[in-house]
Design a protein around this ligand. Structure first.
Ligand SMILES: [Zn+2]
Ligand SMILES: [Zn+2]
Length: 156
């Protein structure tokens, strides 16, 4: 699902129910956070953001909740690194790229990466596969611009 703007609690509850997940306070909090923060946060990011307001939320609960949401395909789990997983409320067909400099993770859609449509077809039609992830690394336009500016300043 692609969430737009600020997602309400009612919408989050409906979304969980549609994925056969009982909307407990903790699950609601985690799902609401992901729907409203499209920055691909890690378990730690989510725990740190939610713990002050939802004090009953332990790191283990966040971990278990994310696992459950991913199993139910309510969120996408991005395992682009060995030691950390990132989470995405947008489960539509898209790829990701991580900027080496600012470490932000950006979305890439079919309009930019036509290969995504091919991969999707392959996963849907070949019984050997049930999912595929495409990750890129590089320097984002913002960081590239900053670098450019720094270079220019050196010569002034
Ligand atoms: Zn960057
Ligand atoms: Zn994404």
């Amino acid at each position: 699902m692609i969430f737009s703007d600020k997602v309400s609690k009612t919408k989050v509850e409906e979304y969980l129910r549609a994925h056969n997940i009982r909307p407990s306070i903790q699950r609601m909090a985690v799902m609401e956070y992901l729907a409203n923060h499209r920055t691909h946060p890690s378990i730690n990011d989510i725990y740190r953001a939610l713990h002050p307001t939802v004090s009953t939320l332990s790191r283990t609960t966040v971990y278990n909740t994310l696992h459950l949401l991913a199993e139910a395909k309510a969120v996408k789990e991005l395992s682009m690194e060995d030691n950390v997983c990132y989470y995405d409320a947008d489960t539509s067909n898209h790829a990701h790229y991580k900027c080496r400099q600012c470490c932000k993770i950006y979305d890439l859609f079919e309009t930019e990466i036509p290969l995504l449509a091919e991969i999707k077809k392959l996963v849907e039609n070949d019984s050997r596969f049930d999912s595929a992830d495409l990750y890129f690394r590089g320097i984002c336009p913002k960081c590239a611009e900053k670098e450019e500016r720094k270079k220019k300043q050196k010569f002034i």
